[in-house]
Design a protein around this ligand. Structure first.
Ligand code: OSB
Ligand code: MG
Length: 375
């Protein structure tokens, strides 16, 4: 039961922007900064819950943006939360209250994750207890954007391998696919390698996609259109390599349908993309080991810690896209930052809640706008 013993007193939203250490280029463009909405919830006892609404300014990966999430949270979801607010309210009851708002999974997840973090603080337990974390550490993977040259890409991968990263994912698009894959295999042999196309192909590209079968990739993520699960089924039927769905999956039903009908063999679960951590746990439980792994949205430390605890569940045997904070930010908004140890694992923080301090001054100084709701 996820009852909140004390009611909420105040909720703040911070629309922040933070520079990346390296620009991140995918088939839909280059990003140099992370835009995200940080959610801070305070209860009447002074406990604090923290969440992240990890969308971007541009509706390219998902239809949601910072502005749509800001609107939906401020004008629909938070008023609903105010209505429900009372000691003993259940988090699932709040989510049912959000259900009449269709879609807007990222907006909902930002609030849900802050409520779950608040619940862990109220109970004085690690959030891992709520997320069913059964491991003390998780293996680390990295998602590397499209680079200026194949040589440069191969060098960058070398740095991550040296630091113990266990799985390499590269972004591909037509013209940047077979050549980098070949070069990586030549340089590093049999490493755990996968590719992510972010919907850059269609069935006319079947010959190139089928060529990828000979490189022993762990999976090909989202090769076809974001809104075309059927086309992925047609591709999976003609390919050996496992197809993994990312941006096509918005909720547990999409995930289960895709696996059951053979449209994909694996689902990249981003809790924020499927409406939050309780939905994400539901998908992991339903699909089980080998069919799920945890993706990322280049989150700041707050979303990153939520993802670390989530993928410490037993179903997660495939390393995620959750890298160390230093791969994204020179200063993270949590202390200590998420660190990858010399063996390539992230150890789960101990202590209650998210197990780290939140650097509120950096959140304040990175904010483009702030709004405060008194309950
Ligand atoms: O397609 O998985 C993706 C980042 C932003 C938007 C979409 C994607 C990604 C990543 C990076 O691949 C994952 C990460 O390092 O957080
Ligand atoms: Mg992806």
């Amino acid at each position: 039961m996820l009852n909140l013993d004390s009611e909420i007193k105040k909720l703040d939203l911070f629309d922040i922007e933070m520079p990346y250490v390296h620009p991140f280029r995918t088939s839909f463009g280059e990003e140099t900064h992370k835009q995200t909405i940080i959610v801070r919830i305070e209860d009447v006892e002074g406990n604090l819950g923290w969440g992240e609404t990890s969308v971007t300014d541009i509706p390219s990966y998902a239809y949601e943006t910072i502005k749509t999430a800001w609107h939906v949270q401020n004008d629909f979801l938070i008023p609903k939360l105010k209505e429900i607010n009372r000691p003993g309210m259940e988090i699932r009851e709040i989510l049912s209250g959000f259900a009449p708002v269709r879609g807007h999974e990222f907006a909902k997840s930002g609030l849900e994750s802050a409520l779950l973090s608040l619940k862990a603080e109220q109970d004085g337990v690690s959030i891992g207890k709520l997320y069913g974390s059964s491991k003390s550490k998780i293996p680390t993977g990295v998602s590397i954007g499209i680079q200026k040259s194949v040589d440069y890409l191969v060098d960058r991968i070398g740095e991550f391998l040296e630091r113990g990263y266990k799985r390499i994912k590269i972004k591909i698009e037509p013209g940047w696919d077979i050549e980098p894959i070949k070069a990586i295999r030549k340089a590093y042999g049999d490493i755990d390698l996968m590719v992510d196309a972010n919907s850059a192909y269609n069935l006319d590209d079947i010959d190139i996609l089928k060529q990828m079968d000979q490189y022993g990739l762990t999976m090909i993520e989202q090769p076809m259109a974001y809104n075309d699960i059927l086309e992925h089924k047609k591709l999976q039927d003609q390919m050996e390599t496992a197809i993994c769905l990312d941006e096509s999956i918005h909720n547990p039903k999409d995930a289960i349908l895709s696996i059951e009908y053979g449209c994909a063999k694996i689902i990249n679960i981003k809790p924020a993309r499927v409406g939050g951590y309780l939905n994400a746990i539901g998908i992991a439980k339903e699909l089980g080991k080998g069919k799920v792994w945890c993706g990322g949205m280049l989150e700041t430390g707050i979303g990153r810690l939520h993802n670390v605890f989530y993928q410490a569940r037993e179903e997660f045997t495939i390393p995620g896209d959750t890298s160390g904070s230093d791969r994204y930010y020179s200063d993270d908004i949590i202390y200590p930052a998420v660190e990858v140890n010399e063996k390539g694992f992230i150890e789960l923080p101990k202590g209650k809640g998210l197990g780290a301090l939140i650097v509120e001054e950096l959140i304040q100084s990175s904010s483009r706008q702030v709004v405060s709701h008194k309950f």
